[in-house]
Design a protein around this ligand. Structure first.
Ligand code: C2E
Ligand code: CA
Ligand code: CA
Length: 696
């Protein structure tokens, strides 16, 4: 559609030239005059250009000839225009520069090419591409003016609208707040708007043809600092897209200054962080709200036992594991899937454009298969696996947080199944989550409503069958739900921080109770009251002071108290634990290692802590007599513990056979349903009395 005025002009000139040449050489022509006229007349009649001839020798330079094309273009018949001056075509519009040029040319008897607005007979305007030339006779006298015109209205309309569009776009580009730069495929700037000039502190003229020195990769988004002469570098958020610019492939780069650097990438793994992940997730949610066919899913990945690896091999190895892990997962994904590190050992994947749920589970399976191979960390082979929670995008989930929460819940389900697997969020989980939330609320009131009661389970010396201690075990008498197991509510208490007041409560209750039984002379000697500690309590540096304060207020001698902590707790927090235990040891409070055998610690490791008692986990006791290896394991533990001067308690003694084995091995103390369940204070007192009469 491009308008090519110069070629039109060339054509017009050639026509005129050959015409005048022909008129001049009429005499030398091999044709006779009549034939010539006939030829010319036909050429003129069929030409698509309008042709008009005027007679400047007459006062008004009247039209003496127009061809059919002129009639077609202007709508006037030849009769209507003959003997009139051409001016009638020009309408009332006086201000056209083209007209002035035309009139001057006529006065000066020169040729002239103009584009001017004319009017048809019906009054509609049209754009006339007009070429006029004077014609002279053989003596050189001006005899005629020949005008050749072309109706270019259509082309001009198109050209004008293109021009307007270009102007509009230019205004928009220039007034954008974002810096916009177009670079060609060599990376040289071919356009820069005003905001870009400001950002780079250089006029566009200086930027053109230059390379910006920023990475140009398609669809990339990054935070970069740009060099600016005379000014400090600034952080910009930068997005690069492929475009066609003036017919050639190019890149459009938009740059936005960041007031403060927004950290959107994780420094360790170089993966997008939570901020960027949330943004992308929000975007995908918005898209799917508008287009119901956009299916997407979120995978929440948590490394199994990462903490143990991190604590035993050190942070450097832990970091290495995280970045290798990230890399390995990335290999299982398509380029369009987004893998992000949300925190510590938590990762998330956003899968878009899914056609089937299998697409999601396959990714989860691929990840776990990829993790069956070990990682080489600092010369060691380390195995890890992942628990993966899957949440599928749904129309009612409008916030990234909703989806992440569901995937997180499903992840916990996978973890509860033992890890190295995936779970898909479903309504049942939602129900469980709601139930848990309700429980959490109820637990907040449980203390003040006195629904929490401490029960006591006897510890029995195996050889003498004497009672040597009690373990304080918490019970929750829920007004609607009845008795709730500590296995259910202690984790909630830990997560919500409620374990701190609850732990204080148990300690106070147990110590007061023991003090009162002591007064009633119900307790044997020696005697210990065991109280469980949770991880949250251990991370409280005031713990030792608080415990000692409780004891002194009640007036109970500290050597009656034994604190139980699990070995995994100790592993998680070895430094904090060490200092607390040193304080406690100094005041002769005893320490027991609970659930021994379920974690990763070794006895030699335990040596570093002032542990007095080892409690073998009830899963070992349970298998006693069924597998010879377990007998051997317990045997080994018992002799090692004895060599370290620790007492050994076997948990979960349920039958005589187990008791028999334990006695044979040399285990010191037993605890379990065979002797008694955890009893309420009243029944505990009865049990104590019964024991007294037995041994008396
Ligand atoms: P734990 O410290 O290992 O406590 C021993 C658990 O074994 C108790 O479960 C007890 O009732 C159970 N048990 C005792 N004898 C037998 C037996 O012969 N067979 C079987 N199968 N089980 C037996 P319980 O009372 O349900 O407590 C569960 C866990 O909750 C405890 O495990 C402890 O980790 C936690 N817990 C209970 N009370 C407290 C508390 O006051 N503070 C803290 N931090 N944790 C507590
Ligand atoms: Ca315990
Ligand atoms: Ca235990």
């Amino acid at each position: 559609q491009a308008l090519n005025i110069s070629s039109e002009l060339l054509r017009a000139r050639t026509v005129v030239h050959s015409l005048t040449q022909s008129l001049r050489s009429l005499d030398q022509s091999p044709l006779d005059k009549a034939s010539w006229f006939d030829l010319m007349q036909r050429a003129v009649a069929y030409a698509s250009n309008g042709i008009v001839i005027t007679d400047p020798t007459q006062p008004n330079n009247p039209i003496i000839y127009v061809n059919p094309a002129f009639e077609r273009i202007t709508g006037y018949t030849a009769e209507e225009v003959l003997n009139r001056n051409c001016r009638f075509l020009q309408g009332e519009e006086r201000e056209q520069l083209a007209r002035y040029q035309l009139n001057t040319a006529i006065q000066k008897k020169q040729d002239c090419h103009v584009i001017l607005q004319n009017f048809r007979k019906d009054g509609t305007p049209f754009w006339n591409d007009l070429y006029i030339t004077p014609i002279h006779d053989l003596e050189g006298n001006l005899t005629h003016f020949l005008g050749i015109q072309n109706d270019i209205t259509e082309q001009k309309t198109i050209q004008d609208s293109l021009q307007r569009q270009e102007n509009d776009l230019r205004i928009i580009l220039q007034s954008m707040v974002d810096g916009l730069v177009v670079v060609n495929q060599d990376g040289d700037v071919i356009f820069a708007n005003q905001a870009a000039e400001k950002l780079f502190n250089r006029p566009a003229t200086e930027l053109l043809g230059q390379s910006l020195g920023i990475p140009v990769t398609v669809n990339s988004q990054a935070e970069i600092d740009i060099y600016r002469p005379g000014l400090k570098p600034i952080w910009v958020d930068f997005v690069c897209n492929e475009i066609i610019w003036q017919g050639a492939p190019a890149y459009l780069i938009s740059l936005r200054e960041l007031t403060e650097r927004r950290q959107v990438y994780d420094a360790l793994t170089r993966l997008p962080n939570r901020v960027l992940f949330n943004e992308r997730l929000q975007h995908v949610i918005d898209l799917s709200q508008r287009h119901s066919h956009c299916h997407f899913a979120l995978l929440f990945i948590d490394l199994d036992r990462f903490k143990v690896i991190n604590d035993s091999l050190g942070h450097r190895a832990g970091d290495q594991l995280l970045s290798r892990f990230a890399l390995r997962i990335q290999h299982q994904l398509r380029a369009s899937d987004m893998l992000a590190r949300l925190s510590g050992d938590e990762f998330a994947i956003l899968l878009e454009e899914l056609s089937h749920i299998d697409d999601v589970t396959q990714v989860a399976e691929r990840i776990n298969t990829a993790l069956t191979k070990p990682f080489a960390l600092e010369g060691r082979e380390v195995f890890t696996s992942a628990s993966i929670g899957i949440a599928l995008g749904r129309p009612d989930l409008k916030h990234p947080g909703d989806l992440i929460r569901e995937a997180d819940t499903a992840m916990y389900r996978a973890k509860a199944k033992g890890g190295a697997c995936y779970a898909i969020f479903d309504q049942e989980m939602h129900y469980q989550a709601m139930l848990r939330l309700q429980l959490e609320t109820d637990l907040r009131y449980a203390i003040e409503r006195q629904e929490l009661k401490v029960h006591y389970q006897p510890l029995i010396a195996l050889t003498s069958n004497r009672l040597v201690g009690l373990e304080a075990l918490l019970r929750w008498h829920h007004p609607q739900k009845g008795l709730i197991s500590p296995e259910q509510f202690i984790p909630i208490a830990e997560e919500t921080g409620l374990i701190i007041p609850i732990g204080q409560y148990v300690l106070l209750q147990a110590c007061q109770q023991v003090e009162s039984w002591l007064k009633q002379a119900l307790l044997p000697f020696p005697f210990t009251i065991s109280v469980n500690l949770s991880g949250k309590q251990l991370s409280n540096p005031q713990l030792a002071t608080q415990i000692l304060k409780v004891l002194s207020e009640i007036g109970l001698d500290p050597h009656y108290l034994q604190l139980e902590i699990t070995e995994s707790l100790l592993m998680e927090n070895p430094t904090a634990a060490t200092s607390i235990f040193q304080d406690l040891e100094a005041s002769s409070i005893r320490l027991a290692m609970d659930d021994f055998g379920t974690g990763y610690s070794s006895l030699s490791y335990l040596r570093r802590f002032p542990v007095h008692t080892l409690k073998i986990d009830r899963s070992f006791t349970h298998r006693l007599g069924t597998q010879d290896e377990d007998l051997e394991i317990i045997q080994t533990i018992v002799s090692l513990a004895h060599s370290l001067k620790m007492d050994v308690i076997a948990e979960g003694v349920e039958n005589e056979a187990q008791l028999c084995h334990l006695k044979a091995i040399g285990c010191d103390i037993g605890q379990g349903f065979l002797f008694a369940k955890a009893l309420d204070p009243q029944n505990t007192a009865n049990f104590l009395r019964q024991k007294q009469t037995q041994t008396a």
